[in-house]
Structures are given as structure tokens and as C-alpha cells.
Design a binder for this molecule. Structure first.
Ligand SMILES: Nc1ncnc2c1ncn2[C@@H]1O[C@H](COP(=O)(O)OP(=O)(O)OP(=O)(O)O)[C@@H](O)[C@H]1O
Ligand SMILES: [Mg+2]
Length: 848
């Protein structure tokens, strides 16, 4: 150990500020290289990996191979525009997010001296400023800020799943001469403190840490995701549906060109010259703006949430998941309650209070914890500290949420040969370790505790034991044969906004469940006070014995799980997901970390511990629980707009493609030239960007957003068929106003007529198929109306403009326009009628 300290040119008293400054200049800031912002070109490059973009790219290549340069260029332009828009959107969202992340970033607690002979002081510094040689203190809930070698530890366990993949916290303690490969004396950056405390010296920072090293490899990437909380977690309900729909489409896109080629070859005797057309038709089917719309909707929603409700979305897709959440699990303390407990003197014996305070104070001193937790703070506030301080510290086993116990070992004044163990913790745990003359006593105490807990107080039990003094360290095995001293009761008021928040969530179709470490009766009482019917309370330990389906069943009918360990909470969340629910978890403590990670969306209040905030997808920056309801609504808002976009695009594209294939076989020439197909596609895409600004129907915001691919595909097939019918009717009209069409007549006129009709129907579809709410005057929001109008104008005017001939179009006989108007009116009426009959696919009830 001394060697390590010497090699780092430091000591247990820490560095001086001046030394730290020099080292920082030499070693650089303690940030991971990959934590730096991603540049715009890199983002652009990454967005090329989207499956739609990849397929478009391939189609572009095929066009280039057969020298259809025009087609290839337009496809390339589509790809570039789509990727650039997306990269730009993500970049902006990220920059906005970076500022917010700073706001909730953690600090490290270091021991430094102002000068060489000054006393060391504990200071909180930004994690970036740590240097090798710094002496750092760790407390429960801290993120390990750099690679450390332990000098001291008390009951320290560290969650290092991000590095090793093992999910159980690993015990850590100083080792003088570690064996090769032994890591029990090392704490690595990227892990977090699950219980206990420790002091360590920084051995590596920034890019030199082990975490940075494994991030380069495959395992590292998993580690990075695990740390981000984006985990190897499966996709959320909404993303899964969008992916399902995307892949169905991609399959269609891939089979379309060969089908078109074969049909044209068989029926019209055309060869490879139809390839560019076939490719254009496939491109016409793609919703290539999907990634852009998704990014824009999410980024807009997130920015608005931050501005209006102080909700920070740390991982953009989590906003969708929030919209789909139908079960929200919450922990109790600090979430539903204020976590400002005060000792209730009527239900607390003076003896019990004294011993509980002795335990709290001397655990704090012996384990060098930087600050007490709220329960300990309340004990110290309520007790006579002068009396408490007369003892001397020997050892401590700090509170551990799995054991639910804390033990201080002290020496009583004057009692040289004996040590006194002072144990406090959850009633069941303490009582179980006490010795009673009459076994019935134990049952009676448990019953007393249950009835007190039923009044809504939180309870601790306190016990002591005298042991002969010894030098060997104390372990949990020593907490046996204790003498019971009584209970300490605490009041912890409900959070001001908890009631409103719970009611709002119920109105939104979100079921609230409580997963707590507290006593079943305390938990049930808190629920009742909040207007939630607790029903039959389940106990956490019970969950470990059930197989997955049984647990899933229990979890969906139970509202309160009490006495949960961190692992129990995660297990319940996982079981609910298995049962088909989309699960959010709201928690603020170290004991909530596994559940925050297991949930579809982890939410943490701003004053949660560092590691909970870091593991959460969404952080509530203000002390207002109703913000969750608003966040859920924002998620649904953005999901509804995306669903709206998909429905409009796909219905319209499908109709066009069917009509084009049919017309292609009836006509002796191509119904649209490849360039025309692509230009109309580009115009439609541009117009649809406005859909990100839509305001969805209130009905879509009342239930969790679930996009059911089957129902969805069925509805777009219906709308698509109707669109194809309109196109083919226009075909008939054109055949009538332009005689000779069916045998190589006025091709340019035909193209112009169809081009106009296509854009006009698309404008109609945009207005009529959006799910959105109308404004007070009964109209769509302005951006949508404006883009639909622009689209219609382009459709009518482009063929008449100088660009028309360049794209192979000419003017049309005036009689065409009124006829087209009539077709469009019929089409609009049919669309509205069909829409009334179709169920709303994305605003359905929660999944079974
Ligand atoms: N500092 C402490 N010392 C001793 N026992 C404690 C301490 N803090 C909590 N306990 C006991 O352990 C139990 C579980 O605590 P834990 O922190 O895991 O959950 P909680 O904070 O009560 O509930 P929640 O999970 O809803 O936040 C508590 O009910 C209490 O009985
Ligand atoms: Mg808690």
C-alpha cells in the first residue's frame, strides 16, 4: 500500500491544491475520450446506417450500374437531404442536452490541502478535475469517479456490472499485497457504490482507466451501453412496432423492382430499360423521412418538456417509451414521501432513541461517511448528542439495503475489556437476531410493529450486545444474540405533489405500483393516503421463489411490494415487462439502481443519488411529481405524430405504387418517368416534415401509445387501395381528354396530368388522415395547412413552369382541371368515410 502511495507521490492526507493543479495540466482532465461530443460529420456518417437509407443507397447504386444517372442523382440527393436533416436535428438536441447534463452532473469528494503543512480538508470537486494521487471518499450512491486503490473500507460493496457483467455487488476492501489478477482492493471508474464506504487513492484517470480501455472492445461497448442505461435493453413497445413496420416495408421495397421487371417483361416484352422505373417505384414506397421525423418529434418534445416542466430527457428515445408506459413503479421514500423523517416521540422509547443515535453517530464516524442519510440525520436531531459522544469508535458495518441493518461497534467509557455492538434496522431483521427468554415475545413485538406501521410511521428496531474486546474486524455473523431495546418511529410527510401526480397518471391510463424497502403496513398506509387501493401487499423475498410466469402474474395483480431488496425491485419490473407491460420506474436511491436499469424508462428526481441520476433516462429537475404526467403526455404527443406521419406516407405511397404498376401494364409507355416519380417523392417528403409540428387528437393522449403493426398495416392497405382507385380514375379521365393515350399518344401530357393529381391527392391525404386535433376554427395547424397548400401548388404549377418540359411534362387542356377537381372531391369524401370506419390504430387500449 505504502509503495502505491509512494509511486503516486502522495499520502493518505491527499495532495495540495498546487500539486493537483500541476498534475491536471500534465495528465489532462478526467474525461473519457468517447464522452466528448460527436461531430456533425460523424453523425451524418452514422445516420447513413439507418436501414431505409441503406436500401435507398443500394437502389441508387443499381441505377448507377445501369447508367441511369438522373435516377441515381435524385436518390443520392434524397439520401443526403434525409441524413443531413437527421444529423442536424440530433446534433442540436444533443447540444441542448449537454448543457442540461452538466446541471445534474455529479462531483467527487476529495481530500486536499491548501499548502504542504495545512490540515487536509474534504472538498467536492468536479469529477473532471481529479488527478492521479488524489485521495477520494466513496459513499453509498456515488459513482466511482476514477480508478482507485482502497486505503480504507467499511462494508463497501460496488456494483461493477458495466465492467464485468456480474450483476451482484462485489465486496471491496484494502489488500496489502494483492495476488496477481486480484481486484478486491480496486474500484474502477464506471462502477458505483452499492453500500458501505471507503477511501481510495486515484491510480488512473480519463483515458487511462480500465473502463476507457474496455470501451474500445466489444465488451466495452456493452459496458458503455450498460452505463448509459440504454443497456442491452430490448427495444420498447413503440420502437418495436416502428421497426416491425419498417422491416415489412423494406421487404416490399426489395421485391418491388424484380416484380416490376418481370411483369413488364412478360406482358409488355420490355427488358432492362424498365429498371430505373422499377427502382423509382421502390423508392416511392419508402418513408425515407422517417428517421428525420422521429428525431424532430423527439427533440421538439424533449426541449419543450425541459422548458415548461423541468424534465430532462437524457436518452431521446426514452420519450417514446414514456408515451407507451402503462405501469409506473415507484419507490416510496423520497419519491412519494418527502424523505424528511422526524422522530415521533410518542411512539419512541428514550432508551431506543439513545441507542439508535449511538449507532448512527458512530457508524458515521467509524466508516467516515461524508454525510448521514435522512433517517440517521433525524435520529441525531432527536437525541442528546453529548451523551452519544461519550463512547469511542471501534468498527462499523454501515447500512446495507440488502441486509436492512446498520451496526456500530463502540467502547463504553471505562469498560476497557468489552466492546458494545449497537444494531439498528428493519424490525424483522433486528428482532430475528435478538435473544428472548419467551419465544412469544418475538411474535408480540412483530405484531406491535405492524400495528404502529399501519398508522403510517416508519419504524426502526434497536438492539445491543456486549462482547469481549478483540482486534479482529466485525462481520454480519457477529450480529447475534442481541438484547432488544425498542422501536424508533418516524413521520415522513407525503410529497406535496404526490397526490395530484398519482391522480393524473390514473387519468392517463397508467397504473401506479409501489416497490419499497419499507414495512408492508407503512407502505399500504402511504398508498391509502394517496388514494391508491393497496390491495393485498406482497413481500419482496417472496418474489425470489416464483418462476417467471407466476411472478409475472403476481406482479400484474399486486399494487404494493414491500421489504424489497434492490434485486427484488428489478425482478418485479422485469416480470411486468414479461407480462407485456411497458414499465417505467421512478426511484431516487442506490437501492433503486437495478430497477431503474431493468425498466423500459428509468426516471429519477433531481435530488436522487448520483448513480440513480446517472442510470436514469429521464431526470425530473424540479420537485414536482406531476411533471411525470406531463412527460408521459409529451411522449404520447411525439409518438402520435410519428404514427400520423407513417400512416399518411404509407397510405399515399402504397396507393401510388399500386396504380403505377397497373398503369404500367395497361400503357405502352411508362406512366411516370423515373425522374418524375422521384421529384414528386421529394416534394411530398418536404411537405411532410410539417407533421412533426402537429397537435395530436386528445384521444390519442389519453391512453398509452401502442402502435399495433397488424392493425396499422391493414388500415394503410385500405387507404392505399382507395388512393390507387383515385389514381386509376384519373387515368381514365386522362385517356378521355388526351385521345390516343392508350397507343403512344401525348405522353408528356399524360405525365403532367398524373403528376398534378399525385401531389394534389397527397395534399388531401395529409389534411384528412392526420390524427391531429383541429384548431379552434376547425382547421389543421398552420404549418400543416401551409405545406399542404404548397404541395398542391407545386402539383398544378410545376408542369406549366419552365421546369415542366425539362422533366418531360407539358400543359394540359383546361377541361382536365374541373374533371380532376371532381375526382378529388369524390376521393376526399371516400377517405373521410373510410377513416370513420377504421379503428384508430395507434390510440388503442394498452396491450393485453
Ligand atoms: N440508516 C439506516 N439504518 C438502519 N436501518 C435503516 C436505515 N435506513 C433504512 N433502514 C431500514 O431498512 C429498510 C429498507 O430501507 P431502504 O432504504 O432499502 O428502503 P426505503 O428507503 O425504506 O424504501 P424505498 O425503497 O421506498 O425508498 C427501511 O425500511 C428501514 O427499516
Ligand atoms: Mg429509497
Amino acid at each position: 500500500m505504502l509503495q502505491t502511495l509512494r509511486a503516486l507521490d502522495t499520502g493518505p492526507r491527499g495532495l495540495t491544491e498546487a500539486e493537483a493543479g500541476q498534475r491536471l495540466a500534465r495528465s489532462g482532465p478526467n474525461t473519457l475520450p468517447t464522452a466528448r461530443p460527436i461531430s456533425l460529420p460523424v453523425r451524418f456518417w452514422r445516420s447513413l446506417r439507418d436501414p431505409f437509407t441503406a436500401v435507398l443507397f443500394c437502389l441508387g447504386l443499381v441505377s448507377a450500374v445501369v447508367s441511369a444517372w438522373g435516377t441515381a442523382c435524385v436518390i443520392l440527393a434524397l439520401v443526403i437531404v434525409s441524413c443531413a436533416l437527421r444529423a442536424h436535428g440530433e446534433h442540436r438536441a444533443d447540444r441542448a442536452g449537454a448543457g442540461l447534463r452538466e446541471l445534474v452532473a455529479g462531483t467527487a469528494s476529495v481530500r486536499r490541502r491548501d499548502s504542504a503543512d495545512a490540515e487536509p480538508r474534504a472538498r467536492e470537486i468536479p469529477v473532471d478535475d481529479l488527478v492521479p494521487g488524489d485521495v477520494v471518499r466513496l459513499a453509498p450512491g456515488d459513482l466511482v469517479p476514477a480508478d482507485l486503490r482502497l486505503i480504507k473500507a467499511h462494508g463497501l460493496t460496488v456494483q461493477q456490472a458495466a465492467l464485468t457483467g456480474e450483476s451482484a455487488p462485489a465486496p471491496k476492501h484494502p489488500v496489502d499485497a494483492p495476488a496477481a489478477g486480484d481486484t478486491a482492493h480496486l474500484c474502477f471508474q464506471g462502477s458505483s457504490v452499492a453500500s458501505g464506504s471507503g477511501t481510495g487513492v486515484v491510480v488512473a484517470t480519463g483515458a487511462d482507466t480500465r473502463f476507457a480501455a474496455v470501451r474500445g472492445t466489444g465488451r466495452g461497448r456493452t459496458a458503455e451501453r450498460a452505463r448509459d442505461g440504454t443497456g442491452p435493453a430490448p427495444l420498447s413497445a413503440f420502437d418495436r412496432s416502428v421497426h416491425g413496420i419498417s422491416w415489412t416495408l423494406i421487404r416490399f421495397m426489395l421485391i418491388t423492382p424484380p416484380l416490376v421487371l418481370m411483369a413488364n417483361a412478360a406482358l409488355r416484352g420490355r427488358g432492362l430499360e424498365t429498371l430505373p422505373f422499377a427502382v423509382a417505384v421502390a423508392v416511392g414506397l419508402t418513408p425515407e423521412m422517417l428517421p428525420v421525423i422521429v428525431t424532430t418529434c423527439l427533440a421538439r418534445g424533449a426541449a419543450l418538456l425541459t422548458r415548461t416542466h423541468g424534465v430532462i430527457v437524457r436518452r431521446l428515445p426514452a420519450l417514446h417509451d414514456l408515451g407507451a408506459v402503462d405501469v409506473l413503479c415507484v419507490d416510496k421514500t423520497g419519491t412519494l414521501t418527502q424523505d424528511r423523517p422526524v422522530v415521533d416521540p410518542d411512539r419512541t422509547g428514550p432508551d431506543a432513541l439513545h441507542w439508535a443515535a449511538v449507532c448512527a453517530w458512530w457508524t458515521l464516524q467509524a466508516a467516515e461517511l461524508p454525510h448521514p442519510d435522512p433517517l440517521d440525520e433525524a435520529l441525531l436531531d432527536g437525541a442528546d448528542l453529548d451523551r452519544v459522544e461519550t463512547y469511542e469508535p471501534v468498527d462499523a458495518l454501515p447500512f446495507d439495503p440488502v441486509r436492512r441493518l446498520a451496526t456500530a461497534v463502540v467502547r463504553e467509557p471505562g469498560a476497557l475489556g468489552t466492546h458494545l455492538l449497537v444494531v439498528k434496522g428493519a424490525v424483522e431483521e433486528v428482532v430475528e437476531r435478538c435473544a428472548f427468554d419467551d419465544p412469544a415475545e418475538r411474535e408480540k413485538l412483530l405484531a406491535d410493529a405492524a400495528s404502529a406501521a399501519g398508522e403510517g410511521v416508519r419504524l426502526l428496531a434497536v438492539a445491543t450486545a456486549r462482547r469481549p474486546a478483540r482486534t479482529r474486524a466485525y462481520t454480519p455473523a457477529d450480529e447475534r444474540g442481541l438484547t432488544f431495546h425498542g422501536f424508533v418511529a418516524f413521520h415522513d410527510a407525503l410529497a406535496d405533489t404526490a397526490h395530484d401526480a398519482v391522480r393524473a397518471l390514473a387519468g392517463q391510463g397508467v397504473t401506479v405500483k409501489v416497490l419499497t424497502g419499507d414495512h408492508p403496513a407503512t407502505a399500504a398506509r402511504a398508498c391509502r393516503d394517496l388514494g391508491i387501493d393497496p390491495g393485498e401487499v406482497a413481500v419482496g423475498a417472496h418474489t425470489a421463489d416464483l418462476d417467471a410466469p407466476a411472478l409475472a402474474e403476481l406482479a400484474s395483480r399486486t399494487t404494493v411490494f414491500a421489504r424489497c431488496t434492490p434485486a427484488d425491485k428489478a425482478r418485479v419490473v422485469a416480470a411486468l415487462r414479461l407480462h407485456g407491460h411497458t414499465v417505467g420506474f421512478l426511484g431516487d436511491g442506490v437501492n433503486d439502481l437495478p430497477a431503474l436499469r431493468a425498466a423500459d424508462v428509468g426516471v429519477c428526481p433531481r435530488d436522487g443519488v448520483d448513480v440513480a441520476r446517472e442510470g436514469a433516462d429521464v431526470v425530473l429537475a424540479e420537485k414536482d411529481l406531476t411533471a411525470i404526467g406531463h412527460a408521459v403526455e409529451a411522449g404520447r404527443h411525439s409518438s402520435a405524430n410519428i404514427a400520423s406521419y407513417l400512416r399518411i406516407t404509407l397510405s399515399s405511397n402504397l396507393g401510388n405504387v399500386i396504380a403505377m404498376l397497373a398503369a404500367g401494364l395497361l400503357l405502352p409507355f411508362l406512366p411516370m418517368l423515373p425522374a418524375q416519380v422521384l421529384v414528386q417523392n421529394l416534394c411530398f417528403d418536404g411537405a411532410q416534415l410539417a407533421l412533426a409540428h402537429d397537435r395530436p387528437d386528445p384521444a390519442a393522449l389519453r391512453r398509452p401509445t401502442v402502435l399495433r403493426p397488424r392493425a396499422f398495416l391493414r388500415s394503410i392497405t385500405g387507404f392505399g387501395a382507395l388512393g390507387a382507385l383515385a389514381d386509376l380514375t384519373t387515368f381514365g379521365v386522362l385517356a378521355w381528354v388526351l385521345p390516343g393515350t392508350l397507343d403512344l399518344g401525348d405522353q408528356d401530357g399524360f405525365h403532367a396530368g398524373w403528376f398534378a393529381e399525385n401531389l394534389l391527392t397527397q395534399a388531401l391525404v395529409m389534411l384528412l388522415l392526420r390524427t391531429g386535433r383541429r384548431t379552434a376554427e376547425g382547421r389543421a395547424p398552420t404549418p400543416i395547412r401551409a405545406s399542404a397548400a404548397a404541395l398542391a401548388a407545386v402539383g398544378i404549377l410545376l408542369p406549366l413552369s419552365p421546369l415542366g418540359p425539362l422533366l418531360g411534362m407539358t400543359g394540359l387542356p383546361p377541361v382536365y382541371y374541373p374533371l380532376l377537381g371532381a375526382v378529388l372531391a369524390l376521393y376526399a369524401a371516400a377517405l373521410v368515410a373510410l377513416r370513420r370506419r377504421m379503428p384508430q390504430p395507434q390510440a388503442g387500449a394498452a396491450q393485453p
